[in-house]
Design a binder for this molecule. Sequence first.
Ligand SMILES: CCCCCCCC/C=C\CCCCCCCCCC(=O)SCCNC(=O)CCNC(=O)[C@H](O)C(C)(C)COP(=O)(O)OP(=O)(O)OC[C@H]1O[C@@H](n2cnc3c(N)ncnc32)[C@H](O)[C@@H]1OP(=O)(O)O
Ligand SMILES: Cc1cc2nc3c(=O)[nH]c(=O)nc-3n(C[C@H](O)[C@H](O)[C@H](O)COP(=O)(O)OP(=O)(O)OC[C@H]3O[C@@H](n4cnc5c(N)ncnc54)[C@H](O)[C@@H]3O)c2cc1C
Length: 664
Amino acid sequence: MEGGVDYLIDERKKAQFDVEAMKVAWAGSRQAFELSDRIAKLVANDPIFEKFSRPMLGRKELFKNSLRKVAHAWKLIIDLRLSEEEAKLLRHYIDEPAYTDLQWEMFIPAIEGQGTEEQKRKWLPLARKMQVIGSYAQTELGHGSNVQGLETTATFDPQTDEFVIHSPTLTSSKWWPGGTAKVSTHAIVYARLILDGQFHGVHGFIVQLRNLENHTPLPGITVGDIGMKFGNGAYNTMDNGVIRFNHVHIPRNQMLMRVSQVTREGKFVQSDVPRQLLYGTMVYVRQKIVADASKALSRAVCIATRYSAVRRQFGSRNGGPEIQVIDYKTQQSRLFPLLASAYAFRFVGEWLKWLYTDVKQRLEANDFSTLPEAHACTAGLKSLTTSATADGIEECRKLCGGHGYLVSSGIPELFATYVPACTFEGDNVVMMLQVARFLVKTVSELGYKQPVGTTAYMRRVTALMQSNCAVRTAEEWLNPGVVVEAFEARSTRMAVACGQRLAKFENPEEGFAELSADLVEASLAHCQVIVVSKFVEKLQQEIPGKGVKRLLEVLFYVYALFLLHKHQGDFLATGYLTPKQASLANDQLRILYSKVRPNAIALVDSFNHTDHLLSSILGRYDGNVYPKLYEAAFNDPFNDSDIADGIHQYVQPMLRQELHSAKL
Ligand SMILES: CCCCCCCC/C=C\CCCCCCCCCC(=O)SCCNC(=O)CCNC(=O)[C@H](O)C(C)(C)COP(=O)(O)OP(=O)(O)OC[C@H]1O[C@@H](n2cnc3c(N)ncnc32)[C@H](O)[C@@H]1OP(=O)(O)O
Ligand SMILES: Cc1cc2nc3c(=O)[nH]c(=O)nc-3n(C[C@H](O)[C@H](O)[C@H](O)COP(=O)(O)OP(=O)(O)OC[C@H]3O[C@@H](n4cnc5c(N)ncnc54)[C@H](O)[C@@H]3O)c2cc1C
């Protein structure tokens, strides 16, 4: 058999649910589906957005090509009068990190969240029309996670009514801001505010970096690219920059002043707005990153699933075909939990978007009560989903065997582009430690304050600590209440145990540092409660389409019981489960895999990914893998000639034993 076309045709016939309806369930609504389908096709059919050749380009060519794509996209946005939502989808489907990510996802949101009404009136129209291009310059060479440790200074000069932005040390050089090295005209620079010699915390300042006429850096500003990053194409389309400021003057009204103000006289005024709002842009982007995780994981899973149905190894009987690798139980036990995770992350991402929208409305009305929970949820779910997605993409590479390592599989570039999400916008461990602070506080207040929101389950602390799981058969695991209760009990017990151990330390900060590894595990357990519960809530809604809800239920159990199996040490150590019950959960998992199996291809088709987005020969919709792999190999510019450059110079002299006289 040359290709896998027939295999995928057969696989699609096996589906036990309405794929078109599942596409709508995945997209969130029919309208969302139609919108993203239209934009995906617009990108896929436009040759300027071609991306197969990306990994072969040198850095300068790669970058220039990326600038061309952005300019073309902007032209489309104007010519086709695309809405902001459509424009965001366009960026998603172009699938190339670029300075516009920072413009739209950080620069503009930072001004929206931290600027005064006057600042918003001035800067937002300019930014939305791309008349200024902004980036987000927070991280420095010496500090990223520790925002309060930033060293750049913004000193008020009452003589001129200006701030003087300065980089006093090498380590204070801004380092990493995307879009900054070559493109952005402005940046939100985070710096230590100094008034009359006194430090007043870290704040954001709008600083012009380049001349708007000729694009040269302004006096006092040294700016450049920080160098090649992991992977060839991948994140190297982005110009992550280094900036040094040498006493750069900016007007006083370019400090973002919603949270605190500096008066003409140089007095510091702290408003009622909590200082944490300075971190608001990060809450927004973390929520976006969670929504993006399901997109990235679903791409890798789609490739690995289609290829697993095409690929055959071993087991031929009487000259018949060999076994499709997707039929190996080991392949299923690695692949199907990732398939289920993609759906789980999709639904928790939907919920988090709702939570963020609610918090944003409250913040606009000066209600800050839900900010701590929003921070803990976005930080924790950002950490959980990006870690699982990065690991999942790498697992998908292995699931594709040797061919997964080829750039033409689409997986290496996806991995290289995705993996910094575990670090940027908050290192994943540092983020889990933020959840831990929130949990420790919640647990310490249990006696007199009712936990709310995502920790509301801890109201039942006594029951969750005392009663144990009642499951007696594998079948009894197929009950959402039973599953959720198991996760809640494990999380509560881990959090309470941490709280009890912390209480033994005289100095709480010392205790927190000493127990931090356990606290991270307890935080992960709590975040898993959120994902599992939000999946159940999704299932409680009306989900139209033949067999759609039933398949989503199967995926829910796969996701939850796989986690239970993976973390069974926690479930057993906390005493909620017996080894027998954990083993029954695993038995049920095997049964569930056989329910997923006939639907696997249809479930990944439901992501509605175009071949352009996947950019993968192994994941082609038509399954025509082998002929296309063969064709791509001979289309590689390296195969232009049978005799590669350097063969005559370096190989032939060796073959002829003439190296002594060769010119090397
Ligand atoms: C195409 C790429 C493919 C990848 C996929 C991604 C695509 C995503 C889709 C769209 C988005 C595109 C975006 C563009 C790409 C992103 C590029 C990345 C940009 C960056 O990385 S910007 C830099 C980000 N930097 C960080 O995240 C730094 C992390 N550090 C911190 O957040 C904080 O410093 C800290 C939380 C670790 C500690 O802060 P500190 O001041 O020391 O505070 P504490 O004393 O610990 O806490 C004080 C108090 O405040 C609370 N708090 C902390 N943070 C927040 C917050 N954000 N909101 C609300 N409250 C907060 C904290 O809990 C404490 O509360 P308490 O006193 O305990 O009650
Ligand atoms: C591709 C990419 C794009 C980026 N874009 C931008 C941008 O546009 N703008 C911008 O400002 N920044 C940007 N960044 C920077 C990014 O936000 C930081 O790298 C990130 O916040 C992590 O901070 P760090 O580098 O200081 O890591 P560090 O904090 O130095 O982390 C190093 C190690 O120390 C551990 N660690 C640190 N603190 C603690 C602690 N308290 N307890 C336990 N362990 C700890 C971490 O877990 C990690 O293992 C980008 C980074 C990348 C990779």
